[in-house]
Design a protein around this ligand. Structure first.
Ligand SMILES: Nc1ncnc2c1ncn2[C@@H]1O[C@H](COP(=O)(O)OP(=O)(O)O)[C@@H](O)[C@H]1O
Ligand SMILES: Cc1ncc(COP(=O)(O)OP(=O)(O)O)c(N)n1
Length: 507
């Protein structure tokens, strides 16, 4: 699953994450927000203060920057004692602070560094001296991820700010190309119903140059500290998963719900903070990926059996019998129609707005894929198709999960269809590309559908929502999730083997 783990990065369940940033006495931004965000995302937070900021939700009143010798003493006190798994850097105030942090980074080389290039607060007050902009630009190539908002992205490039999302992504491409660093470009400063973020790396570090995640924009003025919270959450989750895209899928869902619950806090008269601990306050555990990882391990024999199937072998090398492929697609179309209803049921049961939207959108996409199957592959084949015995068995299992009322068990039953297809599509597509002989592959278009980055992103989100559901479930419910996941996985195996057994019998 973690295809992009940086060399030397040792993944940890509870990463030790250091924030190097300025303060916010109202607790919404800066180092206070970072510590909450790190804890809410399952890390152990530590803090070195760069500057003391007299600010509140309405604005910044004064900034006091202690001597850099004291900054170095703080940094050394932490790093000489504690193993640091990840660092998040926020407000750096001036050139002297940047120089000191740079020198400490060069001497200590933490395995993972995320830089939020803080320049201006929401209130419009400056948090970085203009004379320090070049020094901050020069720091970017030293980090692993930089998370600028749109005005900061423009300053880093020396260009006017992007006015729309596609310009923002183009700017992120240029910054990544120039620095070699992965850029997390954020759409918070734009308007519109959707609030997109994208990971951009022009040097092949991600599955695709641009990996985008969008969730609905939350209507609230309480967005103080979103950038701080996002960057420290990314440092934390990345130190656990080792995969930027997985990390953003998890963090974005968490942040969305933290914004949804922001108004509950009633802090301050201006732009108030987000609700970092909305999960904890609702009696939920922080999110990790241990549960989904253990599910994936449980089905290791099933996964091996799938790749040993003659159907998968022949699909991969393009020698699959046409009748078998056609049977498979027709059954897939029948399957998707009901699967879409099952996804809609998950949306109806979902405990959060972000999960509700995700499953509802998945139900819609599923119907689009079904009609695309008819248009692209089955168009000429108008023969009425009967639900095959394997398809029926699989759908009966999913429908049973959808009527018994547990959201957690239902999403566990749903997940293998995403995860195993993404895995099969990915591997077969890679095998196809590795042939490199330019030969025509009759099923290339099908392989592309499932090796598609959009599908991979949806799979990561489905995994993140399953982990979230597991975090809220009782031990008994988690055991039922495990059983449901394993059974759906066996159904997937049988589904791939069904054409061999049943294609001849159907008309
Ligand atoms: N109203 C909103 N609804 C949903 N997500 C938001 C909203 N405002 C900001 N975000 C998210 O918060 C994060 C920080 O974004 P942004 O506001 O662009 O940066 P900054 O806080 O550094 O100015 C991003 O993940 C962005 O998508
Ligand atoms: C000490 C400190 N650091 C950073 C910020 C800016 O925080 P950010 O997350 O960008 O949120 P907004 O303030 O822009 O909402 C800050 N205010 N103070």
């Amino acid at each position: 699953m973690n295809t992009h783990v940086a060399p030397g990065l040792e993944l940890r369940v509870t990463p030790r994450v250091l924030s190097i940033a300025g303060t916010d006495p109202t607790g919404g931004a800066g180092i206070q927000a970072d510590l909450k965000s790190i804890a809410a995302n399952g890390g152990y937070g530590m803090a070195v203060v760069t500057a003391l900021v007299a600010q509140n939700t309405c604005g910044v009143r004064a900034v006091h920057t202690p001597p850099v010798e004291f900054l170095r003493q703080q940094l050394d006190a932490v790093s000489e004692d504690v193993t640091i798994d990840a660092v998040k850097i926020g407000m750096l105030a001036d050139v002297a602070v940047i120089r000191e942090v740079r020198s400490w980074l060069e001497a200590n080389r933490p395995p993972l560094v995320v830089l939020d290039p803080v320049m201006v607060a929401t209130s419009g007050d400056r948090l970085l001296e203009p004379s320090a902009e070049q020094a901050l630009r020069n720091l970017v190539p030293l980090v692993d991820l930089v998370t600028p908002n749109l005005p900061e992205l423009a300053v880093l490039l020396g260009e006017p700010p992007a006015e729309n999302w596609s310009e923002a992504v183009e700017q992120a491409r240029r910054l990544s190309a120039a620095t070699g660093v992965t850029v997390l470009v954020k759409g918070g400063h734009l308007t519109g119903e959707s609030c997109p973020d994208a990971l951009v790396n022009s040097h092949g570090l991600l599955a695709d140059t641009v990996v985008e995640f969008a969730l609905p924009r939350v209507e609230t003025s309480n967005t103080h500290g979103t950038g701080c919270s996002l960057s420290s959450a990314m440092a934390t989750v990345q130190a656990r998963t080792g995969d930027w895209a997985d990390s953003l899928a998890q963090v974005k869902a968490w942040l969305h719900d933290a914004l949804v619950h922001a108004d509950d806090l009633e802090v301050g008269a201006g732009n108030g903070p987000i609700h970092h601990f909305h999960r904890l306050f609702a009696g939920k555990a922080p999110v990790g990926q241990e549960f989904s990882r253990s599910l994936w391990q449980d089905i290791e024999p099933t996964r091996t059996a799938i790749f040993d199937l003659p159907f998968i072998e022949a699909l991969g090398d393009g020698t699959l019998d046409e009748a078998e492929f056609s049977y498979y697609l027709a059954q897939d179309a029948l399957y998707l129609n009901t699967y879409s209803r099952v996804l809609a049921r998950a949306s109806a049961l979902a405990p959060t707005e972000s999960a509700q939207l995700f499953w509802a959108n998945s139900a819609r996409v599923c119907l689009e894929v079904e009609s695309d199957l008819h248009r692209t592959w089955l168009g000429a084949d108008t023969a009425p198709r009967k639900l095959g015995p394997v398809t029926k068995g699989y759908l009966d299992h999913l429908l049973a999960a959808s009527v018994q009322g547990s959201y957690a068990v239902l999403v566990a039953a749903i997940l293998p269809c995403y995860w195993l297809y993404a895995d099969v599509g990915d591997r077969l597509h890679a095998r196809f590309l590795a042939r490199g002989d330019g030969s025509v592959h009759p099923y290339a278009a099908w392989l592309e559908t499932y090796a598609d980055e959009g599908f991979a992103a949806a799979t990561r989100q489905a995994i993140a929502f399953t982990d979230e559901a597991a975090g809220n479930a009782s031990a008994q419910e988690r055991a039922a999730m495990r059983t449901a996941f394993a059974q759906s996985s066996r159904c997937e195996l049988d589904f791939f083997d069904a054409p061999r057994l049943h294609a001849g019998a159907s008309s």
